[in-house]
Design a protein around this ligand. Structure first.
Ligand code: SIN
Length: 280
């Protein structure tokens, strides 16, 4: 497979492989790149829904998103859709998919079906790098903390009503009841590296701290994690796949293509309970 590193601190794209026909060796090569980078990209794919699902299944089990609309006939595929009249885009603030779950999604495979004539990039923030750049003192403090992640304030029926009048992209708000506690610094289950695991959308407080007490430190960590030196900005073409590891990167979608349509298909892979770093 031919590949190139992105112009930025991390990220690799493969541009001459058909993911529906990858060999086991190519898959292993992509896995190594993803472990090292947190996100990999595959350009120029022509996949139908069944092929998208088959590609995802080679990496693990699929977890169905509870809140996004689904592709008809393929409930495993969530639609990430913006119509010309929408003012907001799905996932436009920094987040980590499904961090509100007890076993948060391992990864997400986003496939670009329709992209705007300009804009519509996705930004990724590397949470290994963010962790490693903190001072030893703050790293030690954070390693002793857990944080609470919830979905209700983002996806409940009440929350979605405040989004945009007539917005039909989110469903099943009554299912937004998840509340999970995860270590603030995790030991990545595959790479073994330490990563910061808090995100602006879903992390509400440190365990045992009030929301008010938690806010200043969480705000600092969010500002720190999204500094330019830890962020890549990825430009899509129709047919590109991004496959990111939610335990290594956060992401957000740029909302900069008013009056245009963008349609992505997303499959999310199931994960495991996250472990902290332990006493070291
Ligand atoms: C997402 O948050 O999963 C979607 C990101 C994007 O559409 O770029």
């Amino acid at each position: 497979m031919r590949s190139r590193t992105l112009d930025g601190p991390f990220g690799v794209e493969f541009y001459d492989v058909d993911v529906s026909r990858m060999t086991d060796g190519e898959l292993a090569e992509a896995a190594v790149a993803q472990n090292a980078n947190g996100v990999v990209f595959f350009r120029g794919q022509e996949l139908d829904c069944a092929q998208h699902i088959a590609f995802a299944n080679r990496w693990g089990d699929i977890v169905v998103n509870r809140f996004f609309e689904r592709v008809e006939g393929y409930p495993q595929i969530a639609m990430v859709r913006k119509e010309p009249w929408h003012r907001t885009v799905v996932g436009e603030t920094w987040h980590t998919d499904h961090s509100y779950d007890a076993e948060p999604a391992r990864g997400s495979i986003l496939y670009a079906r329709e992209i705007p004539s300009r804009g519509g990039d996705t930004l990724f923030a590397n949470m290994y790098m963010a962790y490693e750049a903190l001072s030893p003192g703050l790293r030690r403090t954070l390693e002793s903390l857990n944080a609470v992640h919830t979905s209700a304030h983002v996806f409940s029926t009440e929350a979605v009503q405040t989004f945009e009048e007539g917005d039909d992209r989110y469903h099943s708000g009554e299912r937004a009841v998840q509340r999970s506690v995860h270590p603030v610094v995790i030991r990545h289950p595959s790479s073994g590296r330490k990563a910061l695991y808090v995100n602006p959308d879903f992390t509400t407080q440190f365990e045992g701290w009030t929301v008010e007490e938690s806010r200043p430190l969480l705000d600092y960590l969010h500002r720190h994690s999204t500094r330019d030196e830890f962020v890549v900005r990825f430009s899509w073409q129709r047919g590109t796949i991004a496959f990111w590891d939610n335990r290594a990167v956060m992401h957000k979608a740029a909302n900069d293509y008013p009056t245009e349509r963008r349609l992505m298909h997303r499959i999310t892979l199931s994960g495991c309970a996250l472990r902290g770093t332990g006493a070291e």
